[in-house]
Each structure stands twice: as structure tokens, then as C-alpha cells.
Ligand binder design. Sequence first.
Ligand code: BGC
Length: 465
Amino acid sequence: MALLEKRLESYVLLFSLLFSTIFYPVSTRGDGEQTQPAYDYRFEEAVAESRMHRGINIGNALEAPREGEWGVYIRDEYFRIIREAGFDTVRIPIRWSAHAENNPPYRIDEDFFNRVDRVVNKSLEQGLITIINIHHYEEIMQDPLGHRDRFKALWSQISEHYKDYPETLFFELLNEPYGELTDERWNMLIRETAEIIRRNNPTRKIIVGPTGWNSVYNLKGLVIPEDENIIVTFHFYTPFEFTHQGAEWVSPSPTVGRKWLGTQGEKKQITDELNMAVEWAMQHGNVSLLMGEFGAYSKADMDSRVRWTRFVAREAEKRGIAWCYWEFCAGFGAYDPDKGEWRTELLNALISEKHYVTVETEYGNAFGAGWYDEGTYAPVGINITSWGFYVFDHFEGLGPKDRIIDERTVEIYVDESRMIKAIWRIDYVKLLIIALICFTACAAAILYKKRALRSSLIQKIKHSP
Ligand code: BGC
């Protein structure tokens, strides 16, 4: 009897072994968890914490020799329009040098101050983080020493004037230093000017950027003061031949017609430069980064501009870099001032709508669910393709633009909130094998039981008197 039990035991063991092998997931992938939403911008929070995320430059207005001369006069309602579109930050370039005396005490014109006050107030009223800078101070690029005192006097007046303004007003020292304003001279000027500002604005954010027109390649030469309220800015127009094609202010102007298709090589050129900025920031006390200008001029084709803008904005966001698009309503404009409406393709590329993509599955786990930008692809799928008697068959809910990547991964085109469902079917071959195993096991068990009975009967007969 003991022998019979042992044999039966080993059959049960063999059977369960086979059974569990068949039931064990065929493959696993990822952590099997549904991911958290990829983006979660909270406008009020960003402003309350003085954290910039998405901004826009109101360019070609106050940095023109006279406001309006370059076709843009800042209207009060622009700030509401900008906030309602989803931006949390506005950068206002200002040519103070054209509105101040040329000799000591370098007094800034009162009417101009009043005008800037109005613009700044309208922006702050909308709860926007507001950056004011010194823009187009060309003279200091040619003669840094000759203009050093004037530059510092300008900041002395600006910082005194705005010292009681909310902390959501940020000061950016100088747009795009270049020329004779070398690293050494610029670093010294940064230190001296920051000291002036700190006398009456102890904690206001001060933004500084490298030489070479705020190029990421010149970050290595930038020395920032030890101050926890410093933000480092850089400008991003890579590849220049694409973003500045046909630009009248560039000589020689890059030829019109160059596209940006988003090839691997084109993307890498951009991510490499963004990574450089991030690495530099990490080596310098994790200083906050701002991509204070980026954009593609309107002479490039709209599809390429949209692709480039979306890619650069998303890649910056992925790296925790705040950005300000260049610019609101002039040559790069995301807003059409004549029609009084946004150029929706560009706006969507900047502040793209996000939709939730989900995957439902009865077996195993789904991966990739979360918030995705409109117009992008969401890579989603399931981590196993086989579970017990079931085998994964296909995804239900795919559209013509979706792409099948491999047997359990698809890329979902995000044009609205999407839900796809993994459809499983019974694996009849597996079922048959299990049935056969069960049948064989039962038959073997019965056979053994019969044999055992028979031999014990024979034994009994043999030993009976
Ligand atoms: C300049 C603009 C120019 C833009 C793109 C800005 O810093 O102030 O005049 O259009 O860069 O080149």
C-alpha cells in the first residue's frame, strides 16, 4: 500500500509540475505597474512656489528702440490671453539703455518706467511669473568697461523701483552677452550687479546666462554667485540653419527651405545640447535652469516648426528645464495679432493637450498607461502573452494611426483619451495537452490501484490456511 501511495504521490507531483509550467507566464516585461500620469502641471502651484514651467516672450515690443516700432505694442489683454492658454510665465525684453541718460546718474526716463510698470502690473495681476531683463544693450557688448557703471546704475534704479513688488517678478541681468563682454568681464559684472540688487531685493530671483548669446556651449565659462535664488538661462535655436532660415537680422541669412523632420540624428543634436546644460547644472549645485528663448522663425514650414517646437519643449520638460518660447506675436509668433487668435498648431506644440491612455487586460499587467501629449505616440502593452489556458490574441480599440511594435507592445496615437483592451483566447492545444495529462494520470492511478488490489488479494489467498 505504501508503494502505491508513493507512486501516486509522484504522479501528482509530476502532474502539478507540468500544470504549473503551463500556467507560468511565458514572458515578463517592465514592472507591470500602470505608470503615473507623465505630466501634471498645476498653474497656481507653480506661481505660488515661484516655479516657472512654461512661458512666452513678448518680444519685439519694449526692446525695440521705441515700443511699437517693430510692430508690437503690448496690450493689457495679452496677459489674460497668455494665462488662459496655459502659460505660467512671461518674459518681457526691455531696452532700458534707450530710455536712460548717457551720463551719470544715468537716470531712467520716468514715462518709460511708468509704461513698464503698467505692463508688469498687468502681467502680475494675471498671476504670471514675470521676467524683466536688460535687452539689446548693444553698446555694452562692444565696450564693456565703458558701459559698466551705466549698466550697474540701470540695475540700481530698476531694483530700487521694484523692490516691493511680489517675488513673482524676476530680474534677468542681460540678454545674450557676446563680443567684448568676455566670460571674465561678464562674470565680474554679474557679481557686482547681483550685490547691488541684493541690497534691497534679498531673495528675488535673479537670472543670468552665459556669453556667446546665452549658448549652452559657453556655460563652462559662467561663474554664478553663491546665492540660492539664482536661475541660469540659456537660449536654444539648434539647428540655427533651420530656426533662423530667412532671418533678415542674421548675416548671411540661412537659406529658406530647410525642414526639420525629427530624425534620430536631428533629435540627438538637440538632446545632446540639453544634456550638456543639465550636466553643468548638476555640477553647479543643481541650479535651476531656464531655456529663456527657443523658437523657429516663420519662414520655415509650419509642419517642421511644430515638430521642432514640440520636441524641444517636451525634451526640456523631461529634464526639469523651464522654458519661454520666442515669441508671442511677431516673426516667430504663436499668436496672430491681426486675427486675435492663437496659431493653434504652435500653441498645441507648446501647451499640448494631454490625454489619458489606458490598457485593460484580464491577465498579467499592462504597462505604459498615463497622460500623453496630443499628437504624440504612447507606447503601451502587456507584460505577458500567455497565462494558463489563455493566450494573448490582439488589442481591441486600435485605430489606423496606431503602430504595432511587437507581439505585446503598440504605439497609440494620442488624439483623445484612449482605452485599448487586450483580448485573450483559450489555447486549445494547451487545453488538449492538459486533458491528455489528466487522462493519463488518472488511468495510471486506476491501473496501479487495480494492480495493488489484485496483488493484495493474491497475497491474502496465498497466506490463507
Ligand atoms: C533677439 C531677437 C531675435 C531672437 C531670435 C532675441 O534674443 O532679441 O531680436 O529675434 O533672439 O534671433
